[in-house]
Design a protein around this ligand. Structure first.
Ligand code: NDP
Length: 462
């Protein structure tokens, strides 16, 4: 019998922590998992899942409009934000229940408390003051929106956390940032009829994505009525006499809006965890430093998910948790594979992507073949909607391997998941060419682009 109260103590009930706790308990380990807020973490409670529900809600006005082209005449319509939020909350409650049930069924002890490390192998539960010991400690506390406190008026702004629980839908909003969250919420609010402005400091939204996706998405967003202001940033937010907010930017713009939302990245939740009491190393951003096995510099403490700031994505945290279990409890050392992660931006239209953007591939390989198609999706023919789907394959000419696949259009996220398998399997362009098309689909374009649109040699387009 171990001298400790638990074999494994997990701090944080999000995607990574819950998976690790559930699997370890299922192996017969004595596991406790502490969560101060709600089980499910950012993804389930105030991230990916509720976000996607809001995305669906925001798409209905276009569905109603498009229906006309297909002979449907949709009558009077109205939208209730409180009803949407209530329905969303009900679904989130259901999912949280499933997370708890999974832990209980596996035999993990659920502790509804903040937990803090107070010494070697020792933790305190803040809710009760109780102290417990554990042989291993896993930190999976995630991150939180960067509150940007250096900006005057930042306390008047909302983050994605609050966006999910606004009492009423604002009439106008200014969103600052140009990453996943800023872009997704700009589309959500605009779709729901909110006058939306997106303000981003760089030359083009979504730094790090392929440029064809970035520019085509931005143009599509502008066509839908979103005002996108690049090369600019909000310097100051103040309360105006009429109760609205006045946001002033570096370029001298003044936006009078109901809400200002900041989406300027997320910071690791490492404050007040007691890391210093045992000397766990963190980096300049506060992220816990780990090796390839998610081990910290303290031999019995591990960390995974967003708190380690490797790749801030739910499936990555889950994957890291499964590798941790293999390594520590199944005698099968396994390192997470962070290569070729397929991902989606749930903008409107969506981006689905896996592999390298063209500019990065051009730096890595001497010669590229680039296959690019831009076309009107079939549904838009009768609906008359002015929209385009963009598909792009990037091929290393030397070995014909497809090193990047980028899609902008309906269900691009679904396509990215599947094409991710092809890239992970190391498929060449010849494999794509000999794959029979599924007709009529948008994705058939991915296997019927037979001739390169252009080549890139030594970084130059030829
Ligand atoms: P991102 O890192 O994607 O974007 C942050 C944005 O804020 C960037 O545009 C960045 O600009 C800008 N920024 C940062 N600091 C400042 C500053 N001081 N002044 C002005 N602009 C600034 O973070 P998000 O908050 O959008 O999302 C956090 C993470 O959550 C993402 O990295 C992603 O991994 C994950 N996520 C994933 C989703 C999905 O899979 N669909 C959805 C939502 C979130 P610059 O680019 O110039 O640095």
């Amino acid at each position: 019998m171990s001298a400790y109260d638990f074999d494994l103590f997990v701090i944080g009930g999000g995607s990574g922590g819950v998976r690790a706790a559930r699997l370890a308990a299922g192996l017969g380990k004595r596991v406790a998992i502490a969560e101060e807020y709600r089980f499910g973490g950012t993804c389930v409670i105030r991230g990916c899942v509720p976000k996607k529900l809001l995305v669906y809600a925001s798409q209905y006005p276009e569905h109603f409009e498009d229906a006309e082209g297909y002979g449907w005449h949709v009558g009077e319509r109205s939208f209730s934000w409180p009803e949407l939020i209530a329905a969303k909350d009900k679904e989130i409650d259901r999912l949280e229940g499933l997370y708890r049930k999974g832990l209980e069924n596996a035999g993990a002890e659920i502790l509804e408390s903040r937990a803090e490390i107070i010494g070697p192998h020792r933790l305190r539960l803040n809710a009760s003051g109780q102290e417990v010991t554990a042989e291993k400690i896993l930190i999976a506390v995630g991150g939180a929106p960067n509150p940007h406190p250096e900006m005057p008026g930042s306390e008047l702004c909302i983050s994605s956390n609050e966006a999910f629980h606004l009492d009423e839908l604002p009439k106008s909003i200014a969103i600052t940032g140009g990453g996943y969250i800023a872009v997704e919420f700009a589309n959500i609010f605009n779709g729901l009829g909110v006058e939306t402005t997106l303000i981003y400091r760089g030359p083009e939204i979504l730094r790090g994505f392929d440029m064809d996706m970035r520019t085509n998405l931005r143009e599509a967003m502008e066509k839908k009525g979103i005002r996108v202001v690049c090369h600019d940033t909000i310097l100051d937010v103040a309360q105006a006499a009429d109760g609205r907010l006045k946001a002033e930017t570096r370029q001298g713009h003044v936006f009078n809006v109901d809400k200002v939302m900041m989406a300027l990245g997320r910071l690791p939740n490492t404050k007040s965890l007691g890391l210093e009491s045992v000397g766990v190393q963190t980096d300049a951003k506060g992220a816990i430093e780990v090796d390839q096995y998610s081990r910290t510099n303290v031999d019995y403490i591990y960390a995974l998910g967003d708190v380690t700031d490797r790749v801030q994505l739910t499936p990555v945290a889950i994957h890291e948790a499964m590798c941790f279990i293999e390594t520590e409890y199944k005698n099968n050392p396994t390192t997470p594979d962070h290569d070729l992660i397929a991902t989606a931006v749930f903008s409107q239209p969506e981006i689905g992507t896996v592999g390298l953007p063209e500019d990065v591939a051009a730096e890595r390989y001497t010669e590229l073949e680039v296959y690019l198609a831009k076309f009107r999706p079939m549904k838009a023919t009768l609906s008359g909607r002015d929209e385009r789907t963009v598909m792009k394959l990037i091929v290393n000419a030397a070995d014909r391997k497809v090193v990047g696949a980028h899609i902008l259009g309906h269900e691009a996220g679904e396509m990215a998941q599947l094409i991710g398998v092809a890239l992970k399997g190391g498929c060449t362009k010849d494999d794509f060419d000999r794959t029979m098309a599924v007709h009529p689909t948008a994705s058939e374009e991915l296997v019927t682009m037979y001739n390169p649109t252009y080549r890139v040699k030594n970084g130059e387009r030829v």
